[in-house]
Design a protein around this ligand. Structure first.
Ligand code: DMJ
Length: 522
């Protein structure tokens, strides 16, 4: 294993604990003042002000439609004007939208959502829940609402659901099963994965469960999820690229696809973000080291199209590279931008930020080459023909606008705001109905589906709003987004051997990645 110092993993098992009062704040609000490099108020930018208001209007329309036709159900079906329980009846749209409502200042709507959580959110369901989806949407949504509002009801509910998920980690290796019955605690893996656990699903619970340990002073959540990384670390390949299937009995990777798209994606995202959440301290150094290895692996998968030289990330099966990229993999552009600042070598940092920009450009082009100007789900790359849509549907996914948000924050280049605006307008033109927003079954014909995905409110509209807001709204040196775009407050990481008031030494990091035109914090 390269670049990993022995003995670091024992630090992973140490528990970061924080008193609840460190994060409890009353209805956190963010200044929308535009500041120049010296901190002077330069007034509202009229273009971004109008754009952010339009996105807020879109959120209000999505939310109002959900309230009218699907209140209490997981998601809205706008064409048939009814609700559907796609996640076991946990009111997923309400929980996923809480922090977006708060950030946009939609206070009345937030109040109704909060009251529903307090009085009607019930997890005692005889339902086989996805550990991953329940963690990123429900645990993440509740913890973010708690961090933003200070309202303890969200922490109580997050603790209730997390306790129901915990038995999924009781496996011989500590690699969790992907599905668990919320009432009985009986866990299993999906038959389609041949008994395996899915990489992205075992590697995308760490931020939420570490946060929960910090807010509750209970170490059990953090211990379970950090054990997963400890096991994966033992069998981590030199190029940092793990296949999508992991055997929960042995903890070993099972030969299968390597991808930054579906089933691989957010494992890599969380390696970086747990390092950020842990204040880049020694205790989380191993996460950064694993992430840097994986980014070398990512670079080995990058190829360029002909004739236009768009950079894309291949998938890999055995030794064979596959010239295919999911729209889901577009998150990698934002991840690279976010992680670029932590390299000691300025040339390396510059190279990674530049790769982030190249992949961002490819993903924007995913949108621009279709008739609707909305991206398909999957693309293939053919010599001489650049790229073409492979799967034509669009679920109003967030990954590209998420990356445009990071690219804008880290480069200050307003071109990324213009690109985000183009994508927003395409959603308005093709996905907006009187009764909510829908995805498309075909991005070339514009044919519509009948579902308003909860991540459209949690992620797509939130990242668009933040793209048109000053960096002081959710500054990236204070908050880290989970993979469902729920911002979690970064607090001091304190290990179990220390007093609660004494935080670990914060390793120095290069500020990097900052260019003219950027205002305020990250
Ligand atoms: C979201 O639930 C999350 O962003 C997840 O990481 C990937 N899939 C959807 C959005 O596309």
């Amino acid at each position: 294993m390269e670049n990993v110092q022995p003995g670091k993993l024992s630090a992973l098992a140490l528990i970061a604990l924080l008193s609840v009062s460190d994060v409890a704040c009353k209805h956190r609000t963010f200044s929308r003042k535009q500041l120049d490099a010296n901190g002077n108020d330069v007034g509202d930018d009229p273009v971004t002000s109008v754009r952010s208001e339009k996105v807020k209007d879109a959120m209000l329309h999505a939310w109002t439609s959900y309230e009218k036709y699907a209140w209490g159900f997981d998601q809205l079906q706008p064409q048939t004007m009814n609700g559907v329980d796609s996640f076991g009846g946990l009111g997923v749209t309400i929980v996923d939208a809480l922090d977006t409502l708060l950030i946009m200042g939609l206070d009345e709507q937030f109040k109704r959502a909060r009251d529903w959580v307090a009085t009607s959110l019930n997890f005692n369901k005889d339902y086989d829940a996805s550990v991953f989806e329940t963690t990123i949407r429900i645990v993440g949504g509740l913890l973010s609402a708690y961090d933003l509002s200070g309202d303890k009801v969200f922490l109580e509910k997050a603790t209730d659901i997390a306790d129901r998920l915990l038995p999924a980690w009781n496996t011989p290796s500590g690699i969790n099963y992907n599905s668990i019955n919320l009432a009985t605690g009986k866990a299993h893996n999906y038959p389609s994965a041949n008994g395996n656990s899915i990489l992205a699903e075992v590697g995308t619970t760490q931020l939420e469960f570490i946060t929960l340990s910090q807010r509750t002073n209970q170490s059990k959540y953090q211990e379970k999820v950090e054990k997963v990384i400890e096991v994966l670390h033992k069998n981590f390949p030199a190029d940092g690229l793990l296949p999508i299937y992991i055997n929960p009995q042995t903890g070993m990777p099972s030969p299968s696809l390597i991808t930054f798209g579906a089933m691989g994606d957010s494992f890599y995202e969380y390696l970086l973000k747990v390092w950020i959440q842990g204040n880049k301290t020694q205790a989380v150094n191993v996460y950064r080291e694993m992430w840097e290895n994986s980014m070398s692996g990512l670079q080995s998968l990058v190829r360029k199209t002909t004739p236009s030289a768009y950079a894309y990330i291949c998938e890999k099966n055995g030794n064979t590279l596959i010239a295919q990229m999911n729209e889901l993999a577009c998150f990698a552009s934002g991840m690279l931008a976010l992680g670029s600042f932590g390299f000691d070598d300025p040339q390396k940092a510059k190279g990674i930020l530049s790769l982030a920009e190249e992949i961002g450009k490819t993903c924007y082009n995913f949108y621009q080459i279709t008739n609707t100007k909305l991206a398909g789900e999957d693309y293939v790359f053919t010599p001489g023909q650049d790229m073409s849509v492979d799967d034509p549907y669009n679920l109003m996914r967030p990954e590209t606008v998420e990356s445009l948000f990071y690219l804008w924050r880290f480069t200050g280049n307003t071109m990324y705001q213009d690109w985000g605006w183009d994508i927003f307008q395409a959603f308005e033109k093709n996905s907006r109905l009187e009764t909510g927003y829908v995805g498309l079954t075909d991005v070339n014909t514009g044919a519509k589906d009948n579902l308003m995905q909860s991540f459209f409110l949690a992620e797509t509209l939130k990242y668009l709003y933040l793209l048109f807001s000053p960096p002081s709204v959710i500054p990236l040196d204070e908050w880290v987004f989970n993979t469902e775009a729920h911002p979690l407050k970064i607090v001091s990481r304190v290990t179990s051997g220390q007093s609660l008031s004494k935080s670990e030494h914060v390793l120095p990091t290069r500020p990097g990645g900052r260019k003219e035109g950027r205002t305020g914090h990250n």
